[in-house]
Design a protein around this ligand. Structure first.
Ligand SMILES: [Mg+2]
Ligand SMILES: [Zn+2]
Length: 240
C-alpha cells in the first residue's frame, strides 16, 4: 500500500512565488497602468496579467526562463526524489498553473518523481498564456471558488487506499486540507508563514481543528529527518 506526500508549490517547493515572479518581470516592461488594480479573483487576475505580458512583448521563453530560474527551497529536491525512491506517491497541489509548475519540475529534474500536478489548467495559444480554474466550488467557504485543496485532495484520494499521508505547505489555502487529514498523517507548515500561524492558533484553542501530527519546517531536510531519520546527513555530507 502506497503512501501520499502532498506539496504546495509557491513558497514551499520553490522559495519564491511564481505568479509574483511573472508580475515583477512584467513590471520591467512597463505595462499600462490600469492592469495592476482590479479583480481579486486570482485566475481572472492572472489571465489579465498574461494578456498584458503578451501585449508588452514578453515572449513565452522569457516567461518560462523566469519560472525555471526560481530556486527550490533547500533540501526539497532531495526530499521529493527520496520520497519517490521510497515508493511514495508525490502530488503537487497548488493554486499556480499547470504550465509554470510542470516547466519548473522538468527543468529541476523532478518530472518523474512527481506523480501528478493538480492545479489551474494553463495553455499557450499564439504565444499567449491562458488559465482556467481548477474547479468551480461553492461548498467550502474558507477557500476561493477556483480551488479548495480539501476537495481536490478528496477527489485525488477517492478509490486510492493510502497507508499514510503527509502535507507540506505555507499558505492560508493549505490550512483547509490540513484540518481534514487523519490522526496518523503529518502536517508540515513552513515556519513563520500563514499556514503555520493558523495552525498555532487552532492548536492553542479549546477545540483544535487539526488531528494530524504537526511538524514545522524551515527546509526540506527537516521534513526528511522526520520521515527518514538520519537520511539528510547523506545529502549534507555529499555536498560538503
Ligand atoms: Mg504556497
Ligand atoms: Zn477549503
Amino acid at each position: 500500500m502506497a503512501s501520499l506526500a502532498v506539496f504546495d508549490f509557491d513558497r514551499t517547493i520553490v522559495n519564491d512565488d511564481s505568479d509574483a515572479t511573472i508580475i515583477n518581470r512584467l513590471r520591467e516592461k512597463k505595462p499600462p497602468p490600469e492592469w495592476e488594480a482590479g479583480s481579486h479573483d486570482w485566475t481572472p487576475y492572472m489571465s489579465n496579467v498574461f494578456e498584458h505580458a503578451y501585449s508588452a512583448g514578453l515572449h513565452p521563453d522569457d516567461i518560462l526562463d523566469s519560472i525555471a530560474s526560481m530556486l527550490p527551497n533547500p533540501g526539497i529536491v532531495e526530499l521529493i526524489t527520496t520520497l519517490h525512491e521510497e515508493g511514495w506517491d508525490v502530488l503537487v497541489l497548488t493554486d499556480a498553473n499547470s504550465v509554470f509548475v510542470k516547466h519548473w519540475l522538468k527543468e529541476h529534474g523532478l518530472q518523474d518523481a512527481v506523480k501528478e500536478v493538480v492545479t489551474n489548467r494553463a495553455f499557450w495559444k499564439n504565444d499567449r498564456l491562458y488559465i482556467e480554474p481548477c474547479m468551480h466550488q461553492t461548498s467550502c467557504p474558507r477557500c476561493p471558488s477556483n480551488l479548495c485543496k480539501s476537495l481536490a485532495l478528496a477527489q485525488w484520494c477517492d478509490s486510492k487506499n493510502y497507508q499514510r499521508y503527509i502535507y507540506s505547505g505555507d499558505g492560508r489555502n493549505d490550512y483547509c486540507p490540513a484540518t481534514n487529514l487523519p490522526a496518523n498523517a503529518i502536517v508540515f507548515p513552513r515556519r513563520g508563514f500563514p499556514m503555520y500561524d493558523l495552525i498555532k492558533k487552532t492548536m492553542s484553542s479549546i477545540n483544535p481543528q487539526i488531528k494530524a501530527k504537526v511538524v514545522p519546517w524551515d527546509d526540506g531536510f527537516t521534513i526528511m529527518d522526520e520521515l527518514f531519520p538520519g537520511k539528510s546527513q547523506v545529502f549534507k555530507k555529499s555536498k560538503a
